[in-house]
Design a protein around this ligand. Structure first.
Ligand SMILES: [Zn+2]
Length: 336
């Protein structure tokens, strides 16, 4: 790993905590809860992680979650991720979790929230890592289900920063969730939405106009629409790009074709993130490195990606400025 990239101060804005479920953790927790998995070894699990598209990944992703049963499991999962993120230069993380995927399995939101919050507190204390929690609504489910989930989440208002929208994009336009996001905004939550990964650029527009998303997760198809691209630049909408995810889910055929460099050149506030790192072959610095090598990103472009990560975060202006200062000092120290 390139030392400069690894230690470069950065924020992670697109990370599903359930997507950090590594094969060894999956086997360990399955054993603990006496759950029979269709896999018997780390090797078999890794072979199952050859996906053909978003849906083929989601099928395994929901299956893997079955091993998360109690508060300790959620704590352990998050703690493992925080340690990795910290070791790869992450100073702040806005992380997603999927309440509906756990409630559907009979867990309570308290179990999930308590486990995650314990790990967040520990990360703050032991690593000075700041973490915001963002529950996502599963877009393949109904808006009524999202509304019920939102009502349940209100109990945890103090520990939730915003709401997101994830899962199967095709056939589930943002317009399906106008009501629930309107309620979330009225309660003062920040809004982000997955759009323009497999879905068309119009889903990015819908997310901005109908859900009033402040940030777009993925958004890599935006360049297909020049008017939209200009709008994203003009309105400084952050895009949380996940190169290794796009490669693994065949959104791009190879990383050399990835639009990230073009997005930066257009002036889009694009950052680099890991999405579901246990499934897609790498954490945030691995994404920086793979993308940097494939697209021959310059040092200036790499630093811009890190800068965009802080700018696009849900941190307040003063904290953002403090992190940007750290980034600048790091670059001064390592480049001169
Ligand atoms: Zn995602």
């Amino acid at each position: 790993m390139n030392q400069f990239i690894n230690q470069l101060p950065k924020a992670e804005l697109h990370l599903h905590i359930e997507g950090t479920l590594e094969p060894d953790f999956l086997l360990e927790k399955a054993k603990k809860h006496l759950i029979t998995l269709p896999f018997h070894s780390i090797n078999e699990i890794q072979q199952a992680y050859n996906f053909s598209n978003l849906q083929s990944f989601l099928d395994i992703y929901y299956q893997g979650m079955a091993v998360l049963r109690d508060e300790t499991d959620f704590h352990d999962l998050a703690w493992r991720y925080f340690q990795k993120a910290h070791a790869q230069g992450v100073l702040h993380a806005d992380i997603f979790f999927d309440p509906q995927a756990h409630i559907e399995r009979g867990l309570t939101l308290d179990t999930v929230s308590d486990g995650l919050c314990n790990a967040v507190e520990k990360a703050k204390k032991e690593m000075r890592l700041s973490v915001f929690l963002i529950p996502c609504f599963l877009r393949h489910l109904s808006e009524d289900s999202a509304l019920d989930t939102f009502a349940m989440c209100l109990k945890f208002k103090k520990v939730i920063t915003g709401f997101g929208l994830d899962s199967s994009e095709v056939g589930n336009p943002p317009s399906k969730f106008q009501k629930v996001f309107s309620q979330a905004r009225q309660e003062g939550f920040r809004i982000t939405a997955h759009a323009g990964e497999e879905g068309p650029p119009s889903f990015i527009e819908q997310s901005l106009d109908l859900l009033h998303a402040e940030r777009i997760d993925h958004g890599v198809r935006c360049l297909e629409d020049e008017k939209l691209t200009n709008r994203l630049v003009r309105e400084k909408i952050p895009l949380t790009v996940c190169p290794l995810s796009n490669l693994k889910l065949k959104v791009v055929n190879n990383l050399q074709e990835h639009p990230f460099k073009k997005m930066l050149a257009c002036g889009i506030m694009a950052s680099i993130n890991s999405d579901d790192p246990a499934y897609f072959g790498g954490y945030i610095a691995d994404n920086f490195e793979a993308c940097g090598t494939a697209l021959s990103l310059t040092k200036a472009e790499t630093i811009l990606a890190a800068r965009n990560s802080f700018m696009g975060s849900f941190l307040d202006a003063n904290t953002k400025a403090a992190y940007l200062q750290k980034l600048e000092s790091y670059c001064d120290e390592h480049l001169n």
